[in-house]
Write a protein that binds this ligand. Structure first.
Ligand SMILES: Nc1ncnc2c1ncn2[C@@H]1O[C@H](COP(=O)(O)OP(=O)(O)O)[C@@H](O)[C@H]1O
Ligand SMILES: O=C(OP(=O)(O)O)[C@H](O)COP(=O)(O)O
Length: 403
């Protein structure tokens, strides 16, 4: 379990300025926030600090502005959304320097129970240079000097990065703890991989084998069953000598796929791959479709077929821990969403099971299909949850004080 100090370990916060790193990297369309998960996730920690009379200074990145103060990556839209949820005004300074004189003045003048949101930490090029360039230390120090030596990291989505605002600052603050969202994420993901109630089933899908290679390898040491669907499955099918037409395939991962099949056999892990497919002629919702066991030349596999749906549903029966990352097909097209929908339903209907969903597209799929509230935990971090499942230490977590 998490051996790090948390917000619950903080005392004497009255009148203290606390710096909180959140992940407010939210999808925006014409300045309008499209998904509030990450904002909702940050609320409990901020409320707790405000209840204790702290003066809260929030920081986050948004997108990859690479040191340019790009207006479309301003954090400004986050302030009103947060104000609404907290019932407290969230001040915002549109400061391209992030820690410039105006920001410092407003931070200095904060009163107990007040909140300030800083501008996008990546408006400064130093943000992502921590550990690589000395200028980054200066920036980390400036960020830290806005508060009274107390730093809370609640940015799980960014925990796999070692940047100034989530890792660098901890060098210049005296107290470093994690927030409730971080604690919750690590608790559910950690429980699943370290101490799973069995049977433990992992479901991997989506588009890229290369992104998920280390996850497959690590999960094979932990799970009872590994289900592989989605675009990833075709690299495995080709490795087994099957016809895959124009389906997604990572040619340089064919040997690896065979290695994973062998590893599963050696470990006694059930590795399930699709036994049939729904193929489409073109990449569009209304293209011609066919259920086939192997893909026809010129066609592509865009979803798992009905027999595979049954096979995967069967494998999920009685599961007590499920980790899911990556959809079973091109679920964005309703005509190729069946596999993802049915697997999602099977996971949602499990009783007494811990079900953890990670990965941007998988979370979107679960939400779009209306099963979000049926899952135990929906992660706010795609890359972060994958690296956690790979068994890597997350720098954002490692930097917090040990219990
Ligand atoms: N058979 C397939 N062919 C092409 N694309 C697929 C297929 N199956 C799934 N996908 C696509 O994979 C994408 C998600 O992949 P990925 O980024 O790996 O997932 P996540 O964001 O959940 O980690 C989705 O946009 C989906 O349309
Ligand atoms: O959205 C994020 O990652 P994710 O899309 O993997 O969940 C995080 O905010 C990290 O952002 P980054 O990948 O630009 O460092």
């Amino acid at each position: 379990m998490l051996n790090k100090k948390t917000v619950d370990d903080l005392t004497g916060l009255q009148g203290k300025k606390v710096l909180v790193r959140c992940d407010f990297n939210v999808p925006l369309k014409d300045g309008v926030i499209q998904n509030f998960n990450r904002i909702d996730g940050a609320v409990p920690t901020i409320k707790k600090l405000l209840d204790q009379g702290a003066r809260v200074i929030l920081c986050s990145h948004l997108g990859k502005p690479k040191g340019e103060p790009l207006p479309e990556m301003s954090l400004e839209p986050v302030a009103p959304a947060l104000s609404e949820r907290l019932g407290v005004e969230v001040k915002f300074v549109n400061d391209p320097k992030v820690t410039g004189p105006e920001t410092r003045k407003i931070a200095e003048e904060l009163k107990d129970g007040e909140v300030l949101l800083l501008q996008n930490t990546r408006y400064r090029v130093e943000e992502t240079k921590y550990g690589k360039d000395e200028s980054a230390d200066e920036y980390a120090k400036k960020l830290a000097s806005l508060c009274d030596g107390i730093f809370v990291n609640d940015a799980f989505g960014t925990a796999h990065r070692a940047h100034c605002s989530n890792v660098g600052v901890t060098k210049y603050t005296t107290t470093n703890v994690v927030g409730y969202l971080m604690e919750k994420e690590i608790k559910f993901l950690g429980q699943a991989v370290e101490n799973p109630v069995r049977p433990f089933v992992a479901i991997l899908g989506g588009a890229k084998v290369s992104d998920k290679i280390n996850v497959i390898n690590n999960l094979l040491d932990k799970v009872d069953t590994l289900i592989i669907g989605g675009g990833m499955a075709y690299t495995f099918a080709k490795a087994q000598g099957k016809e895959i037409g124009n389906s997604l395939c990572e040619e340089d991962k064919l040997d690896y796929a065979l290695e994973m099949i062998k590893k599963a056999e050696a470990k006694g892990v059930k590795l399930l791959l699709p036994v049939d497919n729904l193929e489409g002629k073109e990449f569009s919702n209304d293209t011609e479709r066919k259920v086939v066991s192997e893909i026809d030349p010129g066609w592509s596999g865009f979803d798992i077929g009905p027999k595979s749906i049954e096979l995967f549903k069967d494998a999920l029966k009685g599961a007590k821990t499920v980790v899911w990352n990556g959809p079973m097909g091109v679920f964005e097209f309703s005509n190729f969403a069946e596999g993802t929908l049915e697997v999602c339903r099977a996971v949602a209907e499990l009783s007494d099971a811990t079900t953890v969903i990670g990965g941007g597209d998988s979370v979107n799929a679960v939400k779009r299909l209306g099963f979000a509230d049926k899952m135990t935990h929906i992660s706010t971090g795609g890359g972060a949850s994958l690296e956690f499942l790979e068994g890597k230490e997350l720098p954002g977590v490692a930097a917090a004080d040990n219990k």
